[in-house]
Write a protein that binds this ligand. Structure first.
Ligand code: GLP
Length: 261
């Protein structure tokens, strides 16, 4: 079962995941993290940045892999995921930029960029903890509905809905690239621990289908049901359509101390 954790606020979710990452890095200073972009995971990055500032942890040896990138957008563009990861993650968390990889969306090498990225993840020994958000269409990374359940990093065409959702970062929908390069659903399934966060009513339907619906390429986040260790943190709004919420709450409250997130 996907572990569902109902939190009182996005901040609480950020604190729980940050704590889990701090513990992971204390045990393995060069742990491998998977980073999602978007607004949702910022609560984790903010908590980690504060912990680093207080001297509670040192993340300088942590290795990282971003989930995805736009194709054909210059790395220097402020909304490229190279820029976003640098701005939201590498800088605030004090990571070594040489240890953080973002898929290469440059057109001249795009044909082998997916394989290169997979090779780099394997060379790093795999991802220990993969941070995920969820799109309103139910995507993970940029794995749009219809994505193969065993897909690896590759180019995907974005849906109109995703381009519309992400237009807020660009100004108009026409400026949002048509294509992305994204870790596949199979790549995400290989991570040791997948942690998805979702906040707000706009995510409620996708969360319900991901956690309680059938496993289907039509709702890519439903692959979390196939993951051996998946945790989904939701606020009350994002959890509002879950049918078994009471049970998830009871399971969380009854969890034994040694069973961490
Ligand atoms: C983008 C990213 C996803 C992210 C999604 C949701 O499409 N590629 O990784 O999960 O947006 O973003 P937000 O967290 O801002 O709702």
């Amino acid at each position: 079962m996907v572990e569902v954790v109902l939190v009182e606020s996005p901040r609480e979710a950020g604190q729980l995941v940050a704590r889990s990452i701090i513990d992971l890095v204390a045990a393995k200073p060069d742990a491998v993290l998977g980073f999602a972009t978007g607004t949702t995971p910022l609560v984790i990055y903010n908590e980690l940045a504060a912990a680093v500032k207080r001297g509670e942890c040192d993340l300088s040896r942590v290795r990282g892999f971003a989930l995805d990138e736009y194709v054909g957008l210059s790395e220097a563009h402020p909304e490229s995921y190279h820029s976003v990861i640098e701005r939201d993650v590498i800088g605030p968390l004090g990571l070594d930029p040489n240890l953080v990889h973002v898929p290469n969306g440059a057109l001249d090498s795009i044909q082998h960029a997916g394989q290169d990225f997979e090779d780099a993840i394997i060379a790093a020994g795999g991802i220990d903890l993969q941070i995920l958000g969820i799109g309103t269409v139910g995507h993970l990374g940029f794995n749009e509905p219809g994505s193969s359940l065993s897909s690896l990093t590759r180019v995907k065409t974005l849906t109109h809905q995703t381009r519309q959702d992400n237009a807020r970062f660009f100004g108009t929908i026409d400026e949002v690239p048509m294509h992305s390069i994204t870790q596949g659903l199979g790549t995400i399934l290989r991570s040791e621990h997948a942690v998805m966060l979702a906040f707000g009513e706009s995510k409620a339907k996708a969360v319900q289908r991901a956690v309680e619906g059938g496993v289907s390429a039509s709702l890519p986040a439903s692959i979390l049901q196939l993951h051996r260790h998946a945790t989904v943190l939701v606020d009350a709004e994002a959890a509002s359509r879950l049918e078994n919420l009471t049970y998830y709450q009871r399971a969380w409250e009854q969890k034994m101390v040694w069973q961490r997130l």
